[in-house]
Design a protein around this ligand. Structure first.
Ligand SMILES: *[C@@H]1O[C@H](CO)[C@@H](O)[C@H](O)[C@H]1NC(C)=O
Ligand SMILES: *[C@@H]1O[C@H](CO)[C@@H](O)[C@H](O)[C@H]1NC(C)=O
Ligand SMILES: *[C@@H]1O[C@H](CO)[C@@H](O)[C@H](O)[C@H]1NC(C)=O
Ligand SMILES: *[C@@H]1O[C@H](CO)[C@@H](O)[C@H](O)[C@H]1NC(C)=O
Ligand SMILES: *[C@@H]1O[C@H](CO)[C@@H](O)[C@H](O)[C@H]1NC(C)=O
Ligand SMILES: *[C@@H]1O[C@H](CO)[C@@H](O)[C@H](O)[C@H]1NC(C)=O
Ligand SMILES: *[C@@H]1O[C@H](CO)[C@@H](O)[C@H](O)[C@H]1NC(C)=O
Ligand SMILES: *[C@@H]1O[C@H](CO)[C@@H](O)[C@H](O)[C@H]1NC(C)=O
Ligand SMILES: *[C@@H]1O[C@H](CO)[C@@H](O)[C@H](O)[C@H]1NC(C)=O
Length: 500
């Protein structure tokens, strides 16, 4: 999604790093003298050799030697000189005084603020404002991540410092070699997931967007499970995920997420992680195929966790065509639920095997939602976080979305998130209905101040339109079902999840 290329900057920072490293490296005046001498000799030899190749005439002053013979002689000499130099250099023992060198490495560690205010005007671009000096590992179509230790980190571990929950520029990060961790640092064993979330971990859409890349990493790295999570929002620590998200992660990783609170650590005491993975770009960079595989894994794990059958053919409760009206209460609910239920019920009854179910997202447990979605082929719901549940339906299921008045012009690109997740998780977004009527706003229709009037408006209905729309979607689902039965094989049966 972002095309920022860190190649140039990385090159530069590598060079800088080398220069900084020089005073600590294995350095001796004796060695440099040898190297200097070798260079001078090699230079002279090269001159002689180039004379030979330029003048390979019979009248050459060295007629007894053919150019190739002289070249091999030269090589032998060169090897000898090099061997001597290296042999002479080897007595310089780099590990002779490891303690003082490690102390120097330790003292050279610099902690930088997690939130870099220089980038507050583009907090999500490229290296972002979170750990802004670090670059992500990027592979075509795969999730973007940082891993420590790793080749890009030159085998250094990630260390964090600070427990601020209000301002991320008071929390810090640094890299350190395992043998030279910062003074007084605590080393935490196992795999640590470090998450950046620009919004929050309570809203199920924003929460899922932040944790989804970790599931992608897990799937790609032999299903390795995290020992702990460190959650950040703008560099500020967070100690909780919403219940729904917490349970989804428990289902996916087979254990409730342990969210690190650093209770046993002083505010200015660094913590280093044996192995850490950092995510700050959500699903950005992933191909549609990869995203679908990750949602497949979470769906599968959630169904296993909730004892819901993985395959529709194994379920006795499952209708041929399940149509679910997922209701909201309060903001963005239907103004006349009875009327809306009536329209869809009427259309559903006309189709053999169709069953209409009405559910309220606010009073369903996580597993009730997982189960409800496993019975659903057509999800009908107002715009809102409860729609995130759509990825829990079988692939290729249908979604119908409803907006109150005013959203099209004023709500910005964020209003399309459920179109996106439909595409990413392999669902079919069957369009939307926007209520032409609703709250009235004292300003002109396009004034951004009107959004506060429209944001949580109620949603009316248009019987003619809803009925026609429902007929079309039902017809498509039915046609697809017939086709599947015709080929006998149907949808590929799902018996086990990718990670076990
Ligand atoms: C240089 O050292 C290598 C390995 O120790 C050896 O194989 C090679 O023959 C040596 N070259 C000469 C010219 O002594
Ligand atoms: C270098 O020094 C260390 C510690 O004094 C010693 O254990 C090691 O054997 C030495 N290595 C060489 C190549 O002399
Ligand atoms: C390390 O901890 C000791 C004891 O708590 C303290 O006196 C010292 O100042 C600390 N050193 C650093 C660099 O924080
Ligand atoms: C799933 O079934 C197992 C065994 O039948 C039971 O122990 C577990 O509590 C069930 N889980 C849920 C979420 O219902
Ligand atoms: C809701 O719609 C039904 C059916 O169209 C109608 O009978 C009822 O009066 C409506 N209720 C309200 C509160 O408008
Ligand atoms: C769920 O909530 C809806 C409205 O908020 C209410 O009508 C319904 O009775 C509730 N169901 C349960 C099982 O609590
Ligand atoms: C209801 O929808 C139909 C079909 O899309 C449309 O022709 C009609 O104008 C709509 N009615 C209202 C009141 O918006
Ligand atoms: C059914 O599946 C098998 C194996 O996956 C395949 O070889 C066969 O062609 C399929 N049959 C139909 C009618 O799609
Ligand atoms: C979903 O639909 C596409 C295109 O119709 C089809 O290729 C694919 O096999 C379907 N996937 C599943 C899991 O039904």
């Amino acid at each position: 999604m972002n095309n920022y290329s860190p190649a140039f900057h990385r090159h530069k920072s590598l060079k800088q790093e080398k220069n900084i490293m020089l005073p600590f490296s294995c350095y001796s005046p004796k060695l440099s003298l040898y190297i200097l001498a070798t260079c001078v000799i090699l230079l002279m030899l090269l001159q002689i050799r180039s004379l030979h190749t330029v003048l390979p005439t019979p009248s050459s002053p060295l007629p007894s030697l053919s150019p190739s013979a002289s070249w091999s002689l030269f090589q032998q000499w060169q090897n000898l000189v090099l061997n001597r130099t290296l042999a002479a250099a080897s007595p310089v023992n780099c590990t002779q005084n490891p303690d003082s060198m490690n102390q120097k490495l330790r003292d050279s560690i610099t902690f930088l603020p997690l939130k870099d205010l220089r980038f507050s005007n583009q907090p999500l671009d490229g290296h972002t404002w979170f750990m802004s000096s670090m670059y992500d590992t990027r592979e075509e179509g795969e999730v973007q991540y940082q891993q420590f230790p790793s080749e890009p980190s030159k085998d250094r571990l990630l260390c964090l410092k600070g427990r601020d929950t209000h301002d991320g520029s008071w929390n810090y990060y640094a890299l350190a070699w395992p043998e030279a961790l910062p003074t007084n640092a605590t080393l935490m064993k196992g795999l640590t997931f470090v998450s950046y979330n620009h919004y929050n971990y309570d809203n199920i859409w924003h929460g899922l967007s932040a944790v989804m890349p970790f599931v992608a990493w897990h799937r790609k790295n032999s299903c390795e499970k995290p020992t702990r999570w460190v959650l950040y929002h703008w560099g500020e620590l967070r100690f909780k995920m919403g219940t729904w998200l917490n349970l989804l992660m428990e289902a996916t990783f087979g254990q409730a997420p342990h969210i690190e609170e650093f209770n046993d650590v002083d505010d200015d005491q660094p913590v280093c992680f044996e192995k850490a993975v950092v995510m700050r770009h959500n699903e950005g960079g992933m191909s549609r195929e990869r995203r679908m595989e990750v949602y497949d894994l979470m769906r599968c794990k959630a169904r296993v966790y909730c004892n819901v059958s993985l395959d529709r053919r194994d379920s006795h409760e499952r209708p041929d065509i399940g149509m679910t009206l997922l209701m909201r209460s309060g903001a963005r609910s239907f103004r006349n639920e009875t009327a809306v239920i009536g329209v869809f019920e009427k259309e559903c009854k006309k189709v053999k095997g169709c069953r209409l179910m009405v559910a309220y997202s606010n009073n369903l447990t996580f597993c009730q939602q997982v189960k409800q979605m496993s019975l659903t082929d057509i999800l009908i719901s107002p715009h809102g976080a409860q729609l995130t549940n759509m990825f829990l339906m079988d692939r290729n299921s249908s979604v119908m979305e409803f907006y109150p008045k005013g959203w099209l012009k004023l709500a910005g690109v964020g209003q399309y998130v459920y179109h996106w997740i439909a595409s990413w998780s392999g669902m079919r977004h069957r369009g939307e209905w926007r209520d032409p009527n609703g709250e009235s706003c004292p300003y002109s229709d396009e004034d951004h101040r009107c959004m506060s009037f429209y944001k949580n408006g109620l949603i009316g209905y248009n019987e003619t339109h809803f009925a026609e729309w429902a007929r079309n979607v039902l017809n498509d689902v039915q046609t697809k079902r017939f086709e599947e039965e015709g080929t006998k094989n149907g949808t590929a049966s799902m018996k086990t999840c990718d990670c076990n």
